[in-house]
Ligand binder design. Structure first.
Ligand SMILES: Cc1cc2nc3c(=O)[nH]c(=O)nc-3n(C[C@H](O)[C@H](O)[C@H](O)COP(=O)(O)OP(=O)(O)OC[C@H]3O[C@@H](n4cnc5c(N)ncnc54)[C@H](O)[C@@H]3O)c2cc1C
Length: 434
């Protein structure tokens, strides 16, 4: 039995390895190139900071080619990792169960979460590795009643240098990313083709038969018994639309805004990002040096990295975005999103001020990088894990299935969804039980 998995991020890697384990011959088609950490670029980037070359987010893709940057409205940009490992390769390594909206549709992923977690080393960064100011902000947040907690991280502690550059890729290989999920299956059940962008799904007689994929200047058709889209919230929706299939105008992105303040010698880049977080009703607050705002956002320019302090807000936003067949995305902040961001900014500032951080307090770039909701599961779909709007033998195994925004790290959820989908595919295709 042959399966095509489109994308090698959290969802694709998990689906591919599970299908292989259950006897499928799997081909992963990945649009991006093999991943190389981008951290070495920082040394030549720093002198350019503040020049026209790094004027805005348009420069990000040129300097950090594994990032795909899409402006979706005047007030929002979205980031995707287009590379082997997808967005996991540029993640901060935070690993939590994000389950917002699952109960509403009757989906319990506890089994899949547990299965994945037991294969990984997940633990917080020990407090003694946090910068003194970060410890102080944690203590103040606790006193102020925000109930902060250390963030679970997925990494190999012995290899972690504790730098602040996780999102540029890990030079020591300490941080987990989804490439590890299938590494030992390459050539032993999984064939991986990078630089292969899937254009559309071929549907004949009501069934998915394969995909049309472009590589360099050629386009070819590849057939399979099952086609699994794991191209992420935007990539999957783009392929669906280009194939004449429905995608839902309910993209969510978990909006991020980092409030910047100043503290002499804070040196936040000498610790991993987001070592603790405080969970609020609709967002989290977490100490974070916003690398991309530091280099590419005009208003963050005035302060040197040693003295820049950031408190991230990650907001569960309104699910209202649309992805088009050409990959353009329309999504803006709603009044409710803006109101919640204002509340969160006031809290971020309160914690920073209580810890001796001074202003001016300046907003970083407003962006989103947890992309989901474009092929949302409904209560009726949960049994089969197959959105009813899709033809037979076409599956989605990524965050697109998640109906609600999270305001929390999402890799584990994308992987858990994909694991459940892969189990269902195997059940249906190998045992004939629908
Ligand atoms: C900067 C950043 C930091 C993050 N940090 C964290 C964190 O610390 N913890 C956490 O839990 N989450 C984090 N996330 C979010 C997390 O990485 C994603 O939610 C998760 O990886 C989503 O999994 P996915 O499989 O849906 O998509 P992805 O992991 O993005 O994978 C999609 C894959 O599909 C490929 N693709 C797209 N289109 C095509 C096509 N047409 N043909 C072939 N391949 C295609 C892409 O190249 C990519 O490899 C972060 C995200 C970003 C952007």
């Amino acid at each position: 039995m042959k399966a095509i998995v489109v994308g090698s991020g959290a969802g694709g890697a998990t689906a591919a390895s599970e299908l292989t384990r259950r006897g499928f011959e799997v081909t992963i088609l990945e649009a991006g190139h093999p991943f190389n950490p981008l951290t070495h670029r920082v040394s030549w980037l720093s002198p350019l900071r503040g020049t026209l070359l790094l004027n805005d987010e348009d420069a990000i893709e040129h300097i950090f080619p594994h990032y795909q940057v899409t402006r979706t409205s005047e007030d929002l940009v979205i980031f995707t990792g287009v590379t082997e490992g997808g967005s996991t390769a540029i993640s901060c390594g935070n690993m939590v169960r994000a389950e917002n909206g699952l109960k509403e549709i009757g989906l319990d992923l506890s089994q899949e979460f547990a299965e994945i977690e037991q294969t990984l080393t997940i633990a917080p960064i020990p407090r003694e590795r946090w910068r003194p100011l970060t410890q102080q902000m944690f203590d103040k947040a606790e006193k102020l009643g925000f109930s902060p907690q250390p963030t679970p991280k997925v990494r190999t502690p012995a290899k972690c240098m504790g730098c602040g550059y996780c999102e540029l890729g890990c030079v020591t290989g300490a941080k987990w990313d989804s490439r590890r999920v299938y590494a030992d299956l390459l050539g032993r059940g999984i064939a991986l083709h990078t630089d292969h962008r899937v254009k559309k799904v071929i549907v004949e007689e009501g069934r998915a038969k394969g995909v049309l994929v472009s590589h360099k200047l050629s386009t070819e058709r590849i057939d399979a018994d099952a086609v699994v889209l794991s191209a992420g919230g935007v990539g999957t929706a783009q392929i669906l639309r280009a194939s004449g299939l429905p995608a839902s105008d309910s993209l969510w992105v978990d909006v991020v805004l980092t409030v910047g303040g100043i503290a002499k010698d804070a040196r936040m880049l000498n610790e991993p990002p987001m070592v603790w977080y405080a969970k609020r009703d609709h967002y989290i607050l977490s100490p974070y040096f916003d690398l991309l705002s530091y280099w590419f956002h005009k208003t963050w320019r005035s302060v040197h990295s040693e003295d820049r302090v950031g408190m991230m807000i990650k907001l569960a936003d309104t699910e209202n975005g649309r992805v088009n067949a050409d990959g353009t995305v329309a999504k803006s902040l709603t009044d409710l999103d803006k109101k919640r961001l204002e509340e969160a900014k006031a809290e971020a500032r309160e914690i920073m001020e209580a810890s001796g951080v001074t202003g001016p307090f300046i907003d970083g770039m407003i962006h989103g990088g947890h992309l989901g909701g474009t092929a949302p599961l409904t209560r009726e779909d949960v049994e089969t894990m197959h959105p009813a709007s899709l033809p037979k033998d076409l599956w989605v195994a990524d965050l697109s299935l998640m109906p609600r925004s999270q305001g929390l790290p999402t890799m584990l959820t994308a992987a858990a969804l994909a694991l459940r989908v892969a189990k269902r595919i195997a059940q249906e295709k190998l045992t004939g039980k629908a």
